[in-house]
Design a protein around this ligand. Structure first.
Ligand SMILES: [Zn+2]
Length: 82
């Protein structure tokens, strides 16, 4: 699948998302725990870091529960707004 994501610097983009989302450090989106371990990378987007919460065992990644998850077009618009 060809998307605009192929045209931008993905690791940089996800690093930016992380910075906006967790300016004070990583937190579990489900329970709010700060004890989170890295849990590999997304299959298709190598810059998209996966995590597992140590408290509730929830799996999530950089885009989980954000407006960007699964929506390519709004994400593109968002990038243009930066
Ligand atoms: Zn949790």
């Amino acid at each position: 699948m060809i998307t605009f994501l192929n045209l931008i610097d993905e690791p940089k983009y996800y690093a930016h998302v992380r910075q906006i989302r967790w300016p004070n450090g990583l937190k579990c989106p489900k329970c709010g725990s700060e004890t989170v371990i890295r849990n590999g990378h997304d299959h298709y987007h190598s810059g998209r870091q996966g995590y597992q919460c140590h408290g509730c065992r929830a799996n999530f990644d950089d885009l989980t529960d954000t407006v960007f998850e699964g929506h390519h077009q709004p994400l593109k618009v968002w990038m243009l707004c930066l």
